[in-house]
Design a protein around this ligand. Sequence first.
Ligand SMILES: C[C@H](C(=O)O)C(=O)SCCNC(=O)CCNC(=O)[C@H](O)C(C)(C)COP(=O)(O)OP(=O)(O)OC[C@H]1O[C@@H](n2cnc3c(N)ncnc32)[C@H](O)[C@@H]1OP(=O)(O)O
Length: 155
Amino acid sequence: MTDATQVPGFICFDHVAIAVPPGQLDAQVEVYKTLGFTEIHREDVLGIDQVREVLLQVGGGPNLVQLLEPLTPDSPVARQIEKNGGRGGMAHVALRVADIQAAFDDLTAKGFRIIDAAPRKGSRGTTVFFVHPRTTDAAAFGYILEVVQEGSLDG
Ligand SMILES: C[C@H](C(=O)O)C(=O)SCCNC(=O)CCNC(=O)[C@H](O)C(C)(C)COP(=O)(O)OP(=O)(O)OC[C@H]1O[C@@H](n2cnc3c(N)ncnc32)[C@H](O)[C@@H]1OP(=O)(O)O
């Protein structure tokens, strides 16, 4: 049982994001459909992210797969694919919270290296922030952690 008074207040895994090389998004969506996934959302996310996102759901639960195809070479996902010799692969893991400002303040106080200066707009009307894969000297995650709250901060 989740205690919402605890910080950072993670409720569940929200999604696992997969980087998809340019031009391969629809083919990958079809592969997930053969595995029983359903496409529930598609959006071009601009700003600093510059990705086309497809969200896929299986089993009706809250845990999603998020395919991310870079829209421009400036996208962080494009840089990941370039460093990886043109291959895609896991981009980040996202955990959901009910109070993203509390999570942001808690992880900041605990010394995590947060990429965003403050929680910001994510896809599908969410609010998000990202934690760096080399987050502390002592314990690098080795992957990007995204923290997600449903809904925007402006209500
Ligand atoms: C909005 C929507 C949503 O969900 O709502 C999204 O998901 S948008 C999804 C797209 N947006 C984002 O991912 C935003 C957050 N990400 C970022 O800002 C960036 O990816 C970043 C700052 C973590 C890394 O940027 P960069 O590659 O240009 O920087 P560097 O070259 O300095 O990389 C720093 C270190 O991070 C490593 N690194 C880079 N990307 C990844 C990755 N996906 N998984 C694990 N490690 C990674 C590099 O290899 C390097 O390791 P070493 O130090 O060992 O060489």
